[in-house]
Every structure is written in structure tokens, then in C-alpha cells.
Design a protein around this ligand. Structure first.
Ligand code: F3S
Ligand code: F3S
Length: 103
């Protein structure tokens, strides 16, 4: 799967969304998330992100390695039963905890 990492936070350019042929990129409050159950590794999203936030899971920089779980867990309703993760509300707790990201 491909993964959206920290550079997207508070930027949300959304160029990736229009490129994805399977519509597996979902919007949260401060960042977007790729659903690993739906991503077909087509790679279309990665080159269009102006802040280079998107990586194949095998190419994630080490300091953002946890974003593989951040993206996956956003869609894991068992991990957050109180929130409908597909409704473009809220964020993964690891993203919620970040201070404001300035470009
Ligand atoms: Fe974010 Fe880049 Fe997409 S900033 S919304 S990952 S184009
Ligand atoms: Fe879509 Fe990017 Fe995966 S364009 S199918 S999220 S590689």
C-alpha cells in the first residue's frame, strides 16, 4: 500500500484525491489517509503531492514509519469504535496530538 505521512498534516492539498482511480484516499480533519484495504498500488498519487507526503510503505522514511499504522488504524473501527472514520471527521490520535504544522 501507499501511505500518507506527516507533510500532509495541515496542508491537505488534495491533488492526490483526484488522481486515485479507486477513490481510496479519505479526508480527516488535519490530513488525508489511504485505506490499505482499497489501495491497488497504482502509484498515481505519489508524484502529484506538492509536499511529497506520499510514500510506498517500503519507502517510508524511518522517522515516519509509524504512518503505515496511522493510515491503517484510521480505518480500523475496532480501534476507535466511537467514531465513524470514513465521515471526514477527526484524525488518528497520533495526528491529533501534533502541534500545528507550518509550511
Ligand atoms: Fe496531502 Fe499531498 Fe494529498 S498534501 S492531500 S497527500 S496531495
Ligand atoms: Fe490510489 Fe495512490 Fe493507491 S492513487 S490506488 S492511493 S497508490
Amino acid at each position: 500500500t501507499y501511505v500518507i505521512a506527516q507533510p500532509c498534516v495541515d496542508i491537505k492539498d488534495r491533488a492526490c484525491v483526484t488522481e486515485c482511480p479507486v477513490d481510496c484516499i479519505y479526508e480527516g480533519a488535519r490530513t488525508l489517509y489511504i485505506n490499505p484495504a482499497e489501495c491497488v498500488d497504482c502509484h498515481a498519487c505519489e508524484p502529484v503531492c506538492p509536499v511529497e507526503a506520499i510514500f510506498h510503505e517500503d519507502d517510508l522514511p524511518r522517522h515516519w514509519a509509524h504512518y503505515l499504522a496511522v493510515n491503517a488504524e484510521y480505518f480500523d473501527e475496532a480501534a476507535s469504535p466511537s467514531r465513524a472514520r470514513r465521515d471526514a471527521v477527526g484524525d488518528h490520535p497520533a495526528v491529533e496530538a501534533l502541534p500545528p504544522q507550518s509550511g
